[in-house]
Design a protein around this ligand. Sequence first.
Ligand code: FEO
Length: 169
Amino acid sequence: MLQQKMIDALNKQINEEMYSAYLYLSMSSWFESIGLKGFANWMKVQFQEEMEHAMKFYNYLLAQGAEIKLLAIEQPPNKWNSPLHALEDTLKHEQHITSRINELVDLSEELKDRATYNFLQWFIDEQVEEEANVREIIDNLKLINDNTNGLFLLDRELGTRQFQPQNAE
Ligand code: FEO
């Protein structure tokens, strides 16, 4: 059985993941609007992954017999100055999520909540991967530096990303 402090923190994390999904769907629509369909695809896959993260927290709370409280989702921005700006915002946001996950791990240790501590390990690995993926695109965009051919090739590469569902347990 989970302690109330942990139930509240995990419900808050559902909201953080849902906001992440909202943010990336908004970025996807912005990339569509400027004709970068590959970037739009990459962001849409990111949106799907975030929904999956939210559902992992949701299903974990249900499995523990805890009460779900869905909170209001903040409105994300819908315009960015450049692809680089959008990806830098993505990295900043992922770093924020990493710190939230770390705080949840700290809380699980403080409460001696072994089950939640174990559950959170997947997210620790996932955040390392997410930050690395975004950093790679940022590095590519910096190398390309406004070269249209380079942007076209990167867009084509990002268009190949596919959503690979995991078991949202
Ligand atoms: Fe669910 Fe991108 O962190």
